[in-house]
Write a protein that binds this ligand. Sequence first.
Ligand SMILES: Cc1cc2nc3c(=O)[nH]c(=O)nc-3n(C[C@H](O)[C@H](O)[C@H](O)COP(=O)(O)OP(=O)(O)OC[C@H]3O[C@@H](n4cnc5c(N)ncnc54)[C@H](O)[C@@H]3O)c2cc1C
Length: 558
Amino acid sequence: MGSTREQIAFDVLFVGGGPANLAGALHLMELAKAKGQQLEVALIEKGDAMGAHALSGAVLNPRALQELMPDYRGAGCPIEKDVRGDALYFLTGRGHYRMPFVPKHMRNEGCHIISLSRFVRWLAHLAEGVGVNIFAGFAGTEVLYGEDGKTVVGVRTGDKGLGKDGKAKSNFEPGIDVLAKVTVFGEGARGSLVGSAAKRLNIFAGRVHQTYETGIKEVIQLPEKNDFAGSDANDLHMFGYPLGLSTHGGGFVYEMADNRVALGLLTALSYQAPMLDLYEEFMRFKGHPFVRGIIRGGRVMEQGARVVGSGGYFTVPKLAVNGAMFVGATASMFNAPSLKGIHTSMKSGMLAAETIMESISRDNFKEETLLQYQDLFESSWLKQEVYVGRNYAQAASKKGPLKLFHLGLQYITDGRGVFEKMSALKDSKTLKPVTPEAFDRSERRYGHHDYDSTLFVDKLTGVYLSKTHHLEDQPCHLVVHDPHLCVTTCYETYRSPCTRFCPGNVYEIEVDETTQEKRLKLNPSNCLHCKTCDIKDPYANITWTCPEGGDGPGYTVL
Ligand SMILES: Cc1cc2nc3c(=O)[nH]c(=O)nc-3n(C[C@H](O)[C@H](O)[C@H](O)COP(=O)(O)OP(=O)(O)OC[C@H]3O[C@@H](n4cnc5c(N)ncnc54)[C@H](O)[C@@H]3O)c2cc1C
């Protein structure tokens, strides 16, 4: 390694403070206690507080939580509501039809509605209580390797106090090398460290590539008198309008405590229309008469966005290498047809913890020992859940009747469908070149909202409501490899789709009034850390990296 930076050594380091790593850390401490063993365990999280970057629906299947903590209610688990009924609606331009039945994967009896942000804070509090050292506000920015160049020995946290020009300011604090016998990566979907290390560690070889959906979500405070309370279903899903049947995705509305609702729209990034604007589609969803009826008189409390990796079993990487393991959404632990990744991520963290205990008792942290986790995964209920969606997102990326055919067949063959292993184009490769007709259509489609700054807010107010903050004077964390490409080839072919797929208004094309020259303007301080740009850019011209630790959204109820 040869580093002169400050080093801290732990037995186990968890990178990322989501449900996967928190469940893993809690389970590990419990197992160690049962064996009378003392472990030094650390967890780093890039948000300035635990839960600040946590965004989900969220309907929680309590399966993993029950295994971790049978009396989770008694332990104070922050449940907003129990699911008392599910409903699936097909939305047309102005109408809505309640489907006579809810598909098996979307039946949520026995589940709870939670705020992931609150849930994560609660788990973190419990983890601290049993001795896990939690460091919020620290982003892992580099994977550290041993002398062989292949064994992971920890991560380096980001420097703090660098100026825009990359030079140290007076408050400069160099990042720390956090070393561990085992490093567990639970960075969520599209992890930046795992992304940068994947090639060297060769963990995705032979796998189908990942596919993603971007979700934009709000929590809305409703008036005390609202139609939602007392209805037979409080777990509502919608499809049809506004995305239509060619673009996969759909909306949800979940009832929360204190007359609040969680509302969101997920759009699969396999979409083809270059003029599609994710935020505008979200506004169209909210503006549909049926949805508008549910939320009337309400006020947006918080807004945010995040991607979810929906690729399924064949996108699961090799789960361990020398000195490291991969859990949660980073490792594609997601049940795609039921849109659930919290309990699957938690279970993966718990299985990793069991393997870590074994490796500690053998004092062997090599791949062959840590890969026991992969065996545990294969033989647990977790594999069955991930397996059922093995072809789902790939089928959903097909268009029109073909998509319905594949999804229907998978429904009755428990996920198999026509082929055992279906593939799909990379999300960055699906856009079609813009045509004058597509341009005109989008002009007619968008821009007709009555923003009222209360229930219907524009993008910038949305960013404000996400409580996102970034120091302006720091190196730009969004690396645009060739800015010239953005205003030439990409503009001519796709009309700079980054200005529409980014829900935070980070990317703008400015035109000089006199010369008519175009220029890409970046607003990195608006970044919601959703990572859509890193995935959807048609030229893979944008790489998302961690800004200074502690920067980013400040979610509290999403
Ligand atoms: C809109 C939407 C709706 C969803 N609805 C549901 C639902 O209803 N039910 C359900 O079960 N699932 C749902 N999911 C999926 C679910 O939220 C995820 O699968 C789950 O949160 C994954 O957990 P995780 O711990 O792996 O990652 P995450 O929850 O993403 O947590 C990862 C954490 O790691 C931190 N981090 C990342 N990189 C670094 C780094 N380099 N250094 C330090 N920290 C880092 C992040 O800030 C984050 O806090 C939904 C997802 C979305 C986006």
